[in-house]
Design a protein around this ligand. Sequence first.
Ligand code: XIL
Length: 449
Amino acid sequence: MPTSLPRRAGGAVTTALLAATMVTALSHTATAADGTLGSAAAAKGRYFGTAVAANHLGESAYAGTLDREFNAVTPENEMKWDATEPTRNTFTFTAADQIAGHAQSQGMKLRGHTLVWHSQLPSWVSGLGASDLRTAMNNHITQVMQHYKGKIYAWDVVNEAFQDGSSGARRSSPFQDKLGNGFIEEAFRTARTADPDAKLCYNDYNTDGVNAKSNAVYTMVKDFKSRGVPIDCVGFQSHFNNDSPVPADYQANLQRFADLGVDVQITELDIEGSGTTQADNYTNVVKACLAVTRCTGITVWGITDKYSWRAGGTPLLFDSNYNKKPAYTAVLTTLGGSSGGGTPTPGGATCTATYSKQEEWSDRFNGQVTITAGSSPISGWSTTVTVTSPQKISTTWNGTPTWDGSGNVMTMRPNGNGSLAAGTSTSFGFTVMKNGSSTAPVIGACTVS
Ligand code: XIL
């Protein structure tokens, strides 16, 4: 039971627990839930999201990590213009619907990304004359927003409309060049009519600190607010690396936008690097959001380094085998969650589960999970091992497994007496039949029982 407790705030399982009169267990439930990014953020009144690509949802480690850790989703490419209206007036929503359906079934928030952007724009749009382009833009906004009406928490209505550098000017694009400055206002007004319940955001990069570009966006938002142009939020993409580090005035910049009366969101966070340097940078970003009341959530631009759009920079929280990186622990801890996957019990006892690969053959490999008690003794433990279909676990040793319906998720408990003295360890093992895939299994948090 404890391993299947809700990892996100809210939900039906809490009710089921109450019905089972395990009232004393409720307080542990709340603590256990804070062992994931989404639930720790929820405890701070925020969401923790990730960009998702529809074509990876069939990979069980991908979907398993998504469902365990995140409570908001942004389609990485599937809602962009080239994906949703590749030909004029022919709308294709299959891939985006897959993500929307997944988010909905998991109770996750969905961010819409993005309606009007110069990039990933089909060539038929760039070829239009001004009046046709205006019609096409408003039709695109209306059709896409109406399709997702009621399902989207916030839309990036306009993306990246300003130039980099010191000019503070608008970026050249078919929209800017043919419709002029007014296209942004027009897009927001059309969006409000199409789905009045979605929050409407302006989203950009290199606007994370106070600089000429963010000043220009600030001036626009201030103008919109003063004239009643509908805008609810500003997204800060926050793609960082050595050339574009987390700015020292990041929090101050978020705050000055929030003070205009809009929500602020960190929308595409990734930070190239590794180890403690990367972890410290992530910590600073999370701290800044927590310090700004109207910073309503953080979205990282992908789950695993394996599929990052800048995979070479290993910018995400899970490595390419879905192991938690130091940056993950830093984010979780900064959000106030429990670190190391430990699940505190009333007595404060914790345990951790760590994975290592053992022997490997062409058709199979052995995995070992080491369970270590924290600073208090424990009398039992459990953890999950999730393999990626078509892999199958064929054998296990030194533990008692149970399986979910798919056969991909194994919950392992001790054989007999599961007591461990403080700081001591035990291990269990298993053989994974590869069936063509060498992907490492995903190990869930260790739960004390
Ligand atoms: C990126 C995706 O991650 C890539 O898969 C795609 O090839 C290009 O676009 N700013 C944005 C995002 O607003 O939509 C971009 O996403 C990254 C930069």
